[in-house]
Design a binder for this molecule. Structure first.
Ligand SMILES: [Zn+2]
Length: 493
Protein backbone atom coordinates (compact mmCIF):
# COMPACT_ATOMS: atom_id res chain seq x y z
CA UNK A 1 0.00 0.00 0.00
CA UNK A 2 1.34 3.38 -1.00
CA UNK A 3 0.11 5.25 2.05
CA UNK A 4 2.74 7.95 1.47
CA UNK A 5 0.63 9.35 -1.35
CA UNK A 6 -1.93 10.60 1.20
CA UNK A 7 0.52 11.76 3.86
CA UNK A 8 2.42 15.03 3.99
CA UNK A 9 5.55 14.05 5.83
CA UNK A 10 7.70 16.90 7.12
CA UNK A 11 11.24 16.42 8.44
CA UNK A 12 13.58 18.80 10.23
CA UNK A 13 16.47 19.36 7.85
CA UNK A 14 19.61 20.41 9.74
CA UNK A 15 20.97 21.92 6.52
CA UNK A 16 18.16 24.46 6.14
CA UNK A 17 17.31 24.66 9.83
CA UNK A 18 13.63 24.17 8.95
CA UNK A 19 10.98 21.51 8.72
CA UNK A 20 10.52 20.64 5.07
CA UNK A 21 8.05 18.46 3.20
CA UNK A 22 9.90 15.26 2.31
CA UNK A 23 10.05 14.89 -1.46
CA UNK A 24 12.22 11.91 -2.36
CA UNK A 25 14.46 12.19 -5.42
CA UNK A 26 12.73 9.17 -6.97
CA UNK A 27 9.04 8.99 -6.15
CA UNK A 28 8.19 6.09 -3.89
CA UNK A 29 11.85 5.38 -3.08
CA UNK A 30 14.01 6.58 -0.21
CA UNK A 31 17.77 6.29 0.13
CA UNK A 32 18.96 6.75 3.70
CA UNK A 33 22.50 6.61 5.09
CA UNK A 34 23.28 6.59 8.80
CA UNK A 35 26.80 6.71 10.28
CA UNK A 36 27.28 3.44 12.11
CA UNK A 37 29.48 2.51 15.07
CA UNK A 38 33.26 2.35 15.34
CA UNK A 39 33.59 -1.21 16.54
CA UNK A 40 36.35 -0.98 19.15
CA UNK A 41 34.23 -1.33 22.31
CA UNK A 42 30.76 -2.43 23.44
CA UNK A 43 28.01 -0.22 22.10
CA UNK A 44 26.76 2.15 24.80
CA UNK A 45 23.22 3.20 25.38
CA UNK A 46 23.67 6.69 23.94
CA UNK A 47 24.66 5.19 20.59
CA UNK A 48 21.69 2.83 20.80
CA UNK A 49 19.39 5.83 21.11
CA UNK A 50 20.71 7.36 17.87
CA UNK A 51 20.35 4.10 15.96
CA UNK A 52 16.92 3.50 17.50
CA UNK A 53 15.71 6.89 16.27
CA UNK A 54 16.67 5.95 12.73
CA UNK A 55 15.22 2.46 13.14
CA UNK A 56 11.89 4.12 13.99
CA UNK A 57 12.24 6.43 10.97
CA UNK A 58 13.10 3.46 8.72
CA UNK A 59 10.08 1.59 10.08
CA UNK A 60 7.76 4.54 9.42
CA UNK A 61 8.98 4.92 5.82
CA UNK A 62 8.35 1.22 5.25
CA UNK A 63 4.91 1.46 6.83
CA UNK A 64 4.05 4.30 4.45
CA UNK A 65 4.92 2.01 1.55
CA UNK A 66 8.21 3.57 0.46
CA UNK A 67 10.84 1.27 -1.00
CA UNK A 68 13.71 2.12 1.33
CA UNK A 69 17.39 1.38 0.89
CA UNK A 70 18.87 1.94 4.32
CA UNK A 71 22.66 1.88 4.53
CA UNK A 72 24.35 1.92 7.93
CA UNK A 73 28.10 1.41 7.93
CA UNK A 74 30.55 -0.25 10.28
CA UNK A 75 33.71 1.78 10.90
CA UNK A 76 36.49 -0.77 11.18
CA UNK A 77 39.47 1.40 10.22
CA UNK A 78 40.60 4.99 10.03
CA UNK A 79 38.86 6.37 13.14
CA UNK A 80 41.59 7.91 15.27
CA UNK A 81 41.45 8.85 18.92
CA UNK A 82 39.68 12.13 19.76
CA UNK A 83 38.33 12.12 16.18
CA UNK A 84 41.63 13.77 15.23
CA UNK A 85 44.10 13.33 12.37
CA UNK A 86 47.03 12.50 14.63
CA UNK A 87 45.89 10.10 17.37
CA UNK A 88 46.23 6.37 17.41
CA UNK A 89 43.73 4.24 15.46
CA UNK A 90 41.02 3.22 17.96
CA UNK A 91 40.86 -0.36 16.71
CA UNK A 92 44.65 -0.86 16.49
CA UNK A 93 45.04 0.50 20.01
CA UNK A 94 42.52 -1.99 21.39
CA UNK A 95 44.15 -4.82 19.43
CA UNK A 96 47.56 -4.03 20.94
CA UNK A 97 46.06 -3.74 24.41
CA UNK A 98 44.36 -7.12 24.18
CA UNK A 99 47.12 -8.70 22.07
CA UNK A 100 44.76 -9.81 19.35
CA UNK A 101 44.37 -9.03 15.65
CA UNK A 102 42.55 -5.79 14.77
CA UNK A 103 40.00 -7.88 12.87
CA UNK A 104 39.31 -9.85 16.05
CA UNK A 105 38.48 -6.57 17.77
CA UNK A 106 36.21 -5.68 14.84
CA UNK A 107 34.48 -9.07 14.91
CA UNK A 108 33.97 -9.08 18.68
CA UNK A 109 32.34 -5.68 18.84
CA UNK A 110 30.39 -6.04 15.61
CA UNK A 111 28.79 -9.15 17.11
CA UNK A 112 28.06 -7.25 20.35
CA UNK A 113 26.51 -4.41 18.34
CA UNK A 114 24.25 -6.76 16.39
CA UNK A 115 23.20 -8.75 19.45
CA UNK A 116 22.33 -5.59 21.38
CA UNK A 117 20.32 -4.13 18.53
CA UNK A 118 18.48 -7.40 18.11
CA UNK A 119 17.44 -7.32 21.77
CA UNK A 120 15.99 -3.86 21.14
CA UNK A 121 14.06 -5.30 18.18
CA UNK A 122 15.87 -3.33 15.46
CA UNK A 123 15.28 -4.11 11.81
CA UNK A 124 18.55 -4.80 10.00
CA UNK A 125 19.59 -2.14 7.47
CA UNK A 126 19.47 -3.02 3.76
CA UNK A 127 23.26 -2.82 3.46
CA UNK A 128 25.87 -2.70 6.22
CA UNK A 129 29.16 -1.91 4.47
CA UNK A 130 32.56 -1.67 6.15
CA UNK A 131 35.34 0.88 5.70
CA UNK A 132 37.97 -1.81 5.08
CA UNK A 133 35.77 -3.29 2.35
CA UNK A 134 35.81 0.04 0.48
CA UNK A 135 39.46 1.13 0.43
CA UNK A 136 39.56 1.15 -3.39
CA UNK A 137 36.51 3.43 -3.59
CA UNK A 138 38.05 5.77 -1.03
CA UNK A 139 41.33 5.97 -2.96
CA UNK A 140 39.36 6.81 -6.13
CA UNK A 141 37.62 9.73 -4.40
CA UNK A 142 40.97 11.07 -3.15
CA UNK A 143 42.28 10.96 -6.73
CA UNK A 144 39.23 12.91 -7.93
CA UNK A 145 39.64 15.54 -5.18
CA UNK A 146 43.37 15.89 -6.00
CA UNK A 147 42.56 16.28 -9.71
CA UNK A 148 40.07 19.04 -8.97
CA UNK A 149 42.73 20.84 -6.93
CA UNK A 150 41.03 20.64 -3.53
CA UNK A 151 43.65 18.47 -1.85
CA UNK A 152 47.43 18.24 -1.60
CA UNK A 153 49.96 15.54 -0.81
CA UNK A 154 52.68 15.86 1.83
CA UNK A 155 55.11 13.01 2.68
CA UNK A 156 52.71 10.23 1.71
CA UNK A 157 49.62 11.79 3.33
CA UNK A 158 46.86 13.65 1.50
CA UNK A 159 44.95 16.55 3.08
CA UNK A 160 41.78 18.31 2.06
CA UNK A 161 42.36 22.01 1.38
CA UNK A 162 39.50 23.64 3.27
CA UNK A 163 40.47 27.25 2.46
CA UNK A 164 40.66 26.49 -1.27
CA UNK A 165 37.31 24.69 -1.12
CA UNK A 166 35.72 27.61 0.69
CA UNK A 167 36.64 29.97 -2.16
CA UNK A 168 34.04 28.31 -4.38
CA UNK A 169 31.87 26.42 -1.85
CA UNK A 170 30.65 26.98 1.67
CA UNK A 171 32.48 25.04 4.37
CA UNK A 172 30.45 25.13 7.59
CA UNK A 173 26.97 25.45 6.12
CA UNK A 174 25.59 22.40 7.91
CA UNK A 175 26.87 23.28 11.38
CA UNK A 176 26.34 27.01 10.90
CA UNK A 177 30.02 27.85 11.35
CA UNK A 178 31.99 30.44 9.42
CA UNK A 179 35.44 29.51 8.25
CA UNK A 180 36.80 32.97 9.17
CA UNK A 181 35.75 32.38 12.79
CA UNK A 182 37.25 28.91 12.84
CA UNK A 183 40.55 30.28 11.49
CA UNK A 184 40.54 33.12 14.04
CA UNK A 185 39.97 30.67 16.91
CA UNK A 186 42.66 28.11 16.15
CA UNK A 187 46.31 27.99 16.99
CA UNK A 188 49.04 28.68 14.47
CA UNK A 189 50.55 25.66 12.76
CA UNK A 190 54.05 24.68 13.80
CA UNK A 191 56.89 23.86 11.44
CA UNK A 192 56.32 20.09 11.98
CA UNK A 193 52.70 20.27 10.83
CA UNK A 194 52.06 18.85 7.41
CA UNK A 195 48.78 20.72 6.96
CA UNK A 196 48.66 24.10 5.26
CA UNK A 197 45.86 25.21 7.60
CA UNK A 198 44.55 23.79 10.87
CA UNK A 199 41.08 23.34 9.32
CA UNK A 200 42.42 20.97 6.66
CA UNK A 201 41.66 17.32 7.31
CA UNK A 202 43.27 14.04 6.31
CA UNK A 203 41.94 12.09 3.35
CA UNK A 204 44.81 9.62 3.51
CA UNK A 205 47.39 9.15 6.23
CA UNK A 206 50.80 7.66 5.73
CA UNK A 207 51.18 4.57 7.93
CA UNK A 208 54.12 4.74 10.30
CA UNK A 209 56.02 1.44 10.60
CA UNK A 210 54.18 0.50 13.83
CA UNK A 211 50.71 1.12 12.34
CA UNK A 212 49.13 -2.31 11.82
CA UNK A 213 46.17 -1.50 9.58
CA UNK A 214 47.63 -0.34 6.26
CA UNK A 215 46.89 -0.50 2.56
CA UNK A 216 48.92 0.35 -0.57
CA UNK A 217 47.96 3.53 -2.43
CA UNK A 218 49.41 5.85 -5.10
CA UNK A 219 50.89 7.85 -2.15
CA UNK A 220 52.45 4.85 -0.41
CA UNK A 221 51.23 2.57 2.38
CA UNK A 222 48.63 4.18 4.59
CA UNK A 223 45.00 4.29 5.63
CA UNK A 224 41.99 6.48 4.82
CA UNK A 225 40.85 9.44 6.91
CA UNK A 226 37.74 8.82 9.00
CA UNK A 227 35.38 11.16 7.10
CA UNK A 228 36.10 9.60 3.74
CA UNK A 229 34.50 6.18 4.21
CA UNK A 230 31.02 7.64 4.61
CA UNK A 231 31.32 9.64 1.39
CA UNK A 232 32.54 6.53 -0.44
CA UNK A 233 29.91 4.13 0.90
CA UNK A 234 26.90 6.45 0.84
CA UNK A 235 27.39 7.54 -2.76
CA UNK A 236 28.33 4.03 -3.93
CA UNK A 237 25.05 2.53 -2.73
CA UNK A 238 22.67 5.50 -2.87
CA UNK A 239 23.96 7.64 -5.74
CA UNK A 240 25.84 10.94 -5.92
CA UNK A 241 22.85 12.75 -4.43
CA UNK A 242 20.56 10.85 -2.09
CA UNK A 243 17.59 11.62 0.15
CA UNK A 244 18.54 11.31 3.80
CA UNK A 245 21.75 11.29 5.80
CA UNK A 246 21.42 10.71 9.51
CA UNK A 247 23.62 10.44 12.55
CA UNK A 248 24.14 11.73 16.05
CA UNK A 249 24.18 15.48 16.66
CA UNK A 250 27.85 15.23 17.68
CA UNK A 251 28.76 14.14 14.14
CA UNK A 252 27.47 17.33 12.51
CA UNK A 253 30.88 18.92 12.87
CA UNK A 254 33.43 18.09 11.65
CA UNK A 255 32.38 14.66 10.32
CA UNK A 256 29.30 15.56 8.27
CA UNK A 257 30.69 18.93 7.24
CA UNK A 258 33.72 17.10 5.84
CA UNK A 259 31.48 14.58 4.06
CA UNK A 260 29.74 17.44 2.26
CA UNK A 261 33.10 19.01 1.34
CA UNK A 262 34.49 15.72 -0.01
CA UNK A 263 31.42 15.02 -2.13
CA UNK A 264 31.15 18.56 -3.50
CA UNK A 265 34.89 18.70 -4.24
CA UNK A 266 34.97 15.35 -6.07
CA UNK A 267 31.59 15.33 -7.85
CA UNK A 268 30.60 18.99 -7.82
CA UNK A 269 27.24 18.12 -6.22
CA UNK A 270 25.77 18.44 -2.78
CA UNK A 271 25.42 14.81 -1.66
CA UNK A 272 22.35 14.93 0.58
CA UNK A 273 18.87 16.46 0.36
CA UNK A 274 17.85 16.11 4.02
CA UNK A 275 20.28 15.94 6.95
CA UNK A 276 18.67 14.47 10.09
CA UNK A 277 20.39 14.56 13.48
CA UNK A 278 19.38 12.64 16.58
CA UNK A 279 20.05 14.14 19.99
CA UNK A 280 21.96 12.62 22.87
CA UNK A 281 21.06 10.63 25.93
CA UNK A 282 22.24 11.90 29.29
CA UNK A 283 22.44 9.92 32.52
CA UNK A 284 21.11 11.46 35.75
CA UNK A 285 21.31 14.90 34.17
CA UNK A 286 24.91 14.63 33.06
CA UNK A 287 26.62 13.83 29.80
CA UNK A 288 27.61 10.17 29.56
CA UNK A 289 31.32 9.62 29.67
CA UNK A 290 33.48 6.59 30.13
CA UNK A 291 36.19 8.55 31.93
CA UNK A 292 33.90 9.95 34.67
CA UNK A 293 32.06 6.64 35.06
CA UNK A 294 28.71 8.32 34.30
CA UNK A 295 28.00 5.63 31.75
CA UNK A 296 25.70 2.68 31.25
CA UNK A 297 25.62 -0.27 28.87
CA UNK A 298 22.48 -1.97 27.56
CA UNK A 299 23.47 -5.28 29.18
CA UNK A 300 23.55 -3.54 32.59
CA UNK A 301 19.99 -2.30 32.12
CA UNK A 302 18.75 -5.74 31.04
CA UNK A 303 20.39 -7.37 34.10
CA UNK A 304 19.91 -4.50 36.57
CA UNK A 305 23.61 -4.76 37.29
CA UNK A 306 24.46 -1.09 37.76
CA UNK A 307 24.41 0.95 40.97
CA UNK A 308 22.06 3.59 39.59
CA UNK A 309 19.34 0.99 38.94
CA UNK A 310 16.88 -0.45 41.46
CA UNK A 311 16.02 -3.36 39.15
CA UNK A 312 16.40 -4.84 35.67
CA UNK A 313 14.38 -3.49 32.74
CA UNK A 314 13.19 -5.32 29.63
CA UNK A 315 14.50 -4.06 26.28
CA UNK A 316 10.97 -3.04 25.23
CA UNK A 317 10.64 -0.86 28.32
CA UNK A 318 13.89 0.90 27.43
CA UNK A 319 12.69 1.27 23.85
CA UNK A 320 9.40 2.74 25.07
CA UNK A 321 11.35 5.13 27.31
CA UNK A 322 13.37 6.33 24.31
CA UNK A 323 10.30 6.72 22.11
CA UNK A 324 8.63 8.96 24.70
CA UNK A 325 11.04 11.74 23.70
CA UNK A 326 11.32 13.41 20.32
CA UNK A 327 14.47 12.24 18.56
CA UNK A 328 15.86 15.79 18.30
CA UNK A 329 15.49 16.45 22.07
CA UNK A 330 17.99 15.60 24.76
CA UNK A 331 16.69 12.68 26.83
CA UNK A 332 17.76 12.00 30.41
CA UNK A 333 17.90 8.46 31.70
CA UNK A 334 17.42 7.72 35.38
CA UNK A 335 15.98 4.89 37.43
CA UNK A 336 12.84 6.96 38.16
CA UNK A 337 12.32 7.66 34.47
CA UNK A 338 12.67 3.95 33.67
CA UNK A 339 10.24 2.97 36.45
CA UNK A 340 7.68 5.44 35.06
CA UNK A 341 8.25 4.10 31.52
CA UNK A 342 7.76 0.55 32.72
CA UNK A 343 4.37 1.50 34.15
CA UNK A 344 3.44 3.27 30.92
CA UNK A 345 4.62 0.38 28.77
CA UNK A 346 2.63 -2.14 30.83
CA UNK A 347 -0.47 0.04 30.63
CA UNK A 348 -0.09 0.27 26.85
CA UNK A 349 0.39 -3.48 26.44
CA UNK A 350 -2.49 -4.30 28.80
CA UNK A 351 -4.68 -1.99 26.73
CA UNK A 352 -3.68 -3.64 23.47
CA UNK A 353 -4.15 -7.12 24.89
CA UNK A 354 -7.58 -6.09 26.11
CA UNK A 355 -8.95 -5.01 22.71
CA UNK A 356 -9.63 -8.58 21.68
CA UNK A 357 -11.96 -9.10 24.64
CA UNK A 358 -14.03 -5.90 24.46
CA UNK A 359 -17.62 -6.46 23.44
CA UNK A 360 -19.09 -4.78 20.41
CA UNK A 361 -22.14 -2.57 20.14
CA UNK A 362 -24.36 -0.95 17.53
CA UNK A 363 -22.57 2.41 17.59
CA UNK A 364 -19.14 3.81 18.38
CA UNK A 365 -18.60 6.58 20.93
CA UNK A 366 -15.05 6.99 19.76
CA UNK A 367 -14.19 8.37 16.29
CA UNK A 368 -11.51 5.84 15.30
CA UNK A 369 -10.78 7.38 11.91
CA UNK A 370 -10.19 10.85 13.34
CA UNK A 371 -7.97 9.29 16.01
CA UNK A 372 -6.04 7.28 13.41
CA UNK A 373 -5.42 10.45 11.40
CA UNK A 374 -4.10 12.17 14.53
CA UNK A 375 -1.60 9.34 14.94
CA UNK A 376 -0.39 9.84 11.36
CA UNK A 377 -0.24 13.61 11.83
CA UNK A 378 2.04 13.15 14.85
CA UNK A 379 4.40 10.94 12.87
CA UNK A 380 4.21 13.20 9.81
CA UNK A 381 5.36 16.11 11.96
CA UNK A 382 9.04 15.11 11.99
CA UNK A 383 8.34 11.72 13.60
CA UNK A 384 6.81 13.12 16.78
CA UNK A 385 6.68 9.90 18.79
CA UNK A 386 5.77 11.58 22.14
CA UNK A 387 2.60 13.02 20.58
CA UNK A 388 1.90 9.67 18.95
CA UNK A 389 2.20 7.93 22.32
CA UNK A 390 -0.16 10.48 23.90
CA UNK A 391 -2.67 9.59 21.16
CA UNK A 392 -2.19 5.88 21.81
CA UNK A 393 -3.04 6.44 25.46
CA UNK A 394 -6.16 8.32 24.44
CA UNK A 395 -7.29 5.13 22.69
CA UNK A 396 -6.41 3.09 25.79
CA UNK A 397 -8.67 5.38 27.83
CA UNK A 398 -11.58 4.59 25.46
CA UNK A 399 -10.80 0.87 25.50
CA UNK A 400 -11.11 0.94 29.30
CA UNK A 401 -14.39 2.88 29.15
CA UNK A 402 -15.77 0.30 26.70
CA UNK A 403 -14.64 -2.48 29.04
CA UNK A 404 -16.51 -0.77 31.89
CA UNK A 405 -19.63 -0.57 29.72
CA UNK A 406 -19.56 3.25 29.67
CA UNK A 407 -18.85 3.46 25.92
CA UNK A 408 -19.41 1.17 22.96
CA UNK A 409 -17.68 0.32 19.70
CA UNK A 410 -18.84 -1.31 16.45
CA UNK A 411 -17.28 -4.47 15.10
CA UNK A 412 -15.74 -2.60 12.16
CA UNK A 413 -14.25 0.10 14.41
CA UNK A 414 -12.90 -2.50 16.80
CA UNK A 415 -11.03 -4.20 13.94
CA UNK A 416 -9.66 -0.85 12.76
CA UNK A 417 -8.61 0.08 16.30
CA UNK A 418 -6.81 -3.22 16.73
CA UNK A 419 -5.03 -2.94 13.38
CA UNK A 420 -4.03 0.70 13.90
CA UNK A 421 -2.72 0.05 17.40
CA UNK A 422 -0.67 -2.85 16.15
CA UNK A 423 0.73 -0.80 13.25
CA UNK A 424 1.87 2.08 15.42
CA UNK A 425 2.99 0.17 18.50
CA UNK A 426 4.64 -2.88 16.96
CA UNK A 427 5.54 -1.98 13.37
CA UNK A 428 6.46 1.70 13.77
CA UNK A 429 7.60 2.16 17.37
CA UNK A 430 9.07 -1.34 17.26
CA UNK A 431 7.70 -2.30 20.70
CA UNK A 432 7.35 -6.00 21.30
CA UNK A 433 4.50 -7.25 23.40
CA UNK A 434 6.54 -8.62 26.25
CA UNK A 435 3.56 -8.80 28.58
CA UNK A 436 1.77 -11.14 26.16
CA UNK A 437 2.31 -14.01 28.49
CA UNK A 438 0.97 -12.21 31.50
CA UNK A 439 -0.49 -15.33 33.09
CA UNK A 440 2.82 -17.12 32.60
CA UNK A 441 4.73 -14.22 34.11
CA UNK A 442 2.41 -14.15 37.14
CA UNK A 443 3.18 -17.82 37.66
CA UNK A 444 6.90 -17.16 37.17
CA UNK A 445 6.82 -14.33 39.70
CA UNK A 446 5.17 -16.65 42.22
CA UNK A 447 7.72 -19.42 41.65
CA UNK A 448 10.59 -16.94 41.88
CA UNK A 449 9.29 -15.46 45.13
CA UNK A 450 9.20 -18.97 46.54
CA UNK A 451 12.75 -19.79 45.37
CA UNK A 452 14.12 -16.49 46.70
CA UNK A 453 12.47 -17.20 50.05
CA UNK A 454 13.94 -20.74 50.18
CA UNK A 455 17.36 -19.34 49.28
CA UNK A 456 17.11 -16.73 52.04
CA UNK A 457 16.17 -19.44 54.55
CA UNK A 458 19.09 -21.58 53.43
CA UNK A 459 21.47 -18.63 53.83
CA UNK A 460 20.06 -17.83 57.27
CA UNK A 461 20.77 -21.46 58.22
CA UNK A 462 24.28 -21.18 56.73
CA UNK A 463 23.31 -23.89 54.23
CA UNK A 464 25.34 -22.31 51.45
CA UNK A 465 25.36 -25.47 49.35
CA UNK A 466 21.60 -25.10 48.87
CA UNK A 467 21.59 -21.32 48.42
CA UNK A 468 24.40 -21.50 45.83
CA UNK A 469 22.65 -24.36 44.05
CA UNK A 470 19.47 -22.29 43.69
CA UNK A 471 21.40 -19.32 42.33
CA UNK A 472 23.58 -21.39 39.95
CA UNK A 473 20.71 -23.45 38.55
CA UNK A 474 18.73 -20.25 37.93
CA UNK A 475 21.74 -18.65 36.20
CA UNK A 476 21.97 -21.72 33.95
CA UNK A 477 18.32 -21.11 33.03
CA UNK A 478 19.10 -17.49 32.15
CA UNK A 479 17.61 -16.03 35.34
CA UNK A 480 19.84 -13.65 37.31
CA UNK A 481 19.35 -12.93 41.00
CA UNK A 482 20.37 -9.54 42.30
CA UNK A 483 20.75 -8.90 46.02
CA UNK A 484 19.99 -5.30 46.90
CA UNK A 485 19.31 -3.32 50.03
CA UNK A 486 15.54 -3.86 49.57
CA UNK A 487 15.84 -7.61 49.11
CA UNK A 488 16.50 -9.89 46.18
CA UNK A 489 15.17 -9.23 42.68
CA UNK A 490 15.54 -11.26 39.50
CA UNK A 491 15.83 -10.68 35.78
CA UNK A 492 15.29 -13.05 32.86
CA UNK A 493 17.68 -12.82 29.90
ZN1 LIG B 1 29.85 8.85 8.89
Amino acid sequence: MQLYKNQDLRVYNSLSGKKEVLKPINEGHIGMYVCGPTVYSNVHLGNCRTFMSFDMIFRYFRHLGFKVRYVRNITDAGHLENDSDDGEDKISKKAKLEQIEPMEVVQRYTVDFHETLQKFNFLPPSIEPTATGHIIEQIEIIKEILEKGYAYEVNGSVYFDVLKFNETNEYGKLSGRKLEDMVANTRELTAQDEKRNPQDFALWKKAEPQHIMRWPSPWGDGFPGWHLECTAMSTKYLGETFDIHGGGMDLKFPHHECEIAQAEASRGKSPVKYWLHANMLTLNGKKMSKSTGNNIYPSEIFSGDNDILSKAYAPSVVRFFMMQAHYTSILDLSDDALLASEKGYNRLMDGINGIEKISIGATSDFDIRAWQQKCYEAMNDDFNTPILIANLFEAIKHINLIKEGKESITQEDKALLQKTMSNFVHDILGLENQSNTKDDSNALNGVMDLLIELRNEARANKDFATSDKIRDELTALGIQLKDGKDGTTFSVN
